[in-house]
Design a protein. Structure first.
Length: 484
């Protein structure tokens, strides 16, 4: 009788996920022995866990591109680039959370564990090369974010935001799953590389099931990245969620979803590119227009940044539509840039949060820059970067996105992006005008947190550093591009 061959998976592929998961379980056990008045220890433990995970990412990087688990998971420079982004995002989110959740009265240890569990889901998502694994990573990430959105249990707005996010998120997950089922029905595989090979060898360009699958996948991913017309959840979720989580979800889940989107559409569905490019073109254009135009009317700065984020999703989609090496690199570069300018802006908002004072209305920033000049300057840097003006990182990010669109001859889309950036100048500068010109508000005291203040200065410095010395960051993004 022929002996059964047992192939053991190469665990190096998921080493960062395993390390971080084990650390989270350790944190959950350690939390049982941490007194209620010393829950900040959990934040320190979370940062240590992220540092160890970062070391494991660099260890895996030395092995080159490897795949395992029947080629359903792949560790390449593309995945590792995003994993480092998630670690940076989570570390900044933890630093801005410690004092904030204490003020909100939700200083519970599981906050940090759930946040890190969401990072594990993101890491699985960016390494996934099988549609089933993509779905599992996406749901693992999403379920954690749903809980964190409603973490302020005594706040009606937080509860409402979590419920809306969950219901619409469940609907979008159904759309993605149905699209994956149709794709499997046509190709007989859920592996992105086998799907690509099948479609290349068979004429399925006009197959109605394939077209339906593409539409369903785009609809589901559009929800995850908060693109129009599947953006309805974003303003309420951003406003109702704890501000530290709003900062985290504005970057982390969006970056992970874009990474999965790139791998699914550029690797598995290049044959269907004429179909999905046409749809993404419309989604990108309308997201830029709706996000920026509606943001003008907002008085709540968290809602304003939510609509701004919808516009930024439209900008980033230009890199996906281009589909070139430069297009993919521009997406990676912009996600790196977006970490610092988005989390930095939300960190300044948290500085104004006190017991009884939310500090998330634009009017709450009246005279802020005159009273706190250095912090006001940092906020101005974030606003200028979000607009996309030099010498900030936002300028470099948008420049490469627009250049990728022009290189691929999507001229009208690039023009729309430039025009909407001009529109964004109005509402971002409205905040700057409030900070520098309007009369100061009495009792405008800041949250006494060194960690929070450090994040503001660090993000401002990073935003300027990338803007003035972009070569190294551009090279890192180019090195991490998917093979196209």
């Amino acid at each position: 009788m022929t002996p059964i061959q047992i192939t053991y998976p190469n665990m190096m592929v998921i080493l960062p996920e395993v390390v971080l998961s084990c650390w989270v379980f350790f944190m959950m056990m350690a939390d049982l022995f941490i007194p209620k008045e010393k829950k900040e220890i959990n934040a320190v433990l979370g940062l240590i866990g992220l540092a160890v995970t970062a070391v494991s990412v660099f260890m895996v990087l030395s092995y080159g591109d490897i795949s395992s688990f029947n080629d359903s998971m792949r560790s390449d420079r593309f995945a590792l680039f995003f994993k480092l982004l998630f670690i940076i995002t989570a570390a900044l989110a933890i630093l801005i959370s410690a004092k904030y959740i204490a003020i909100e009265g939700v200083n519970w240890g599981e906050y940090y564990s759930i946040l890190l569990f969401s990072v594990v889901g993101m890491m699985v998502l960016v390494s996934a090369t099988d549609l089933v694994t993509v779905y599992l990573g996406m749901e693992f990430m999403a379920l954690s974010i749903y809980v964190l959105t409603g973490f302020i249990r005594h706040d009606v707005r937080s509860n409402e935001a979590a419920l809306k996010y969950f219901l619409l998120g469940a609907f979008s997950s159904g759309l993605i799953l149905y699209g994956m089922v149709l794709l499997y029905g046509v190709t007989g595989s859920t592996n992105v590389y086998k799907i690509a090979n099948f479609l290349a060898a068979n004429d399925n360009y006009s197959n109605p099931l394939m077209i339906a699958s593409v539409i369903l996948l785009i609809s589901g991913f559009a929800f995850k990245i908060a693109a129009v017309p599947f953006h309805m959840w974003a303003p309420d979720a951003y406003e109702g969620a704890p501000t530290s989580i709003t900062a985290f979800m504005s970057v982390g889940p969006k970056a992970a979803s874009f990474a999965a989107l790139l791998r699914v559409f550029l690797v598995a569905l290049p044959v269907m590119k004429p179909h999905w490019v046409a749809i993404f073109w419309g989604v990108s254009a309308i997201s830029m227009v709706v996000g920026n135009v509606v943001a003008v009317a907002q008085t709540n700065i968290k809602r304003m940044l939510a609509y701004s984020g919808i516009g930024h999703a439209g900008y980033i989609l230009m890199g996906v539509i281009a589909g070139t090496r430069m297009g993919v690199a521009s997406v990676l570069l912009y996600m790196l840039v977006y970490i610092f300018m988005s989390i930095g802006a939300f960190s300044v908002i948290i500085l104004l949060r006190k017991t009884g004072v939310k500090g998330d209305e634009i009017k709450d920033f009246s005279g802020f820059a005159r009273r706190y000049p250095s912090l006001g300057l940092c906020m101005l840097i974030f606003l200028i970067s979000l607009i996309g003006l030099p010498p900030t990182a936002g300028f470099i990010g948008k420049l490469y996105l627009f250049a990728a669109a022009v290189e691929a001859e999507y001229y009208y889309l690039a023009v729309i992006g430039v025009l909407m950036s001009v529109v964004s100048l109005f509402y971002y500068m409205q905040v700057a005008k409030t900070m520098y010109i309007d009369e100061e508000i009495e009792g405008q005291e800041l949250v006494p947190s060194r960690a929070l203040t450090f994040v503001v200065y660090f993000c401002a410095a990073a935003t300027l550093l990338i803007g003035m010395f972009p070569d190294g960051f551009i090279s890192a993004a180019m090195a991490a591009v998917l093979p196209i």
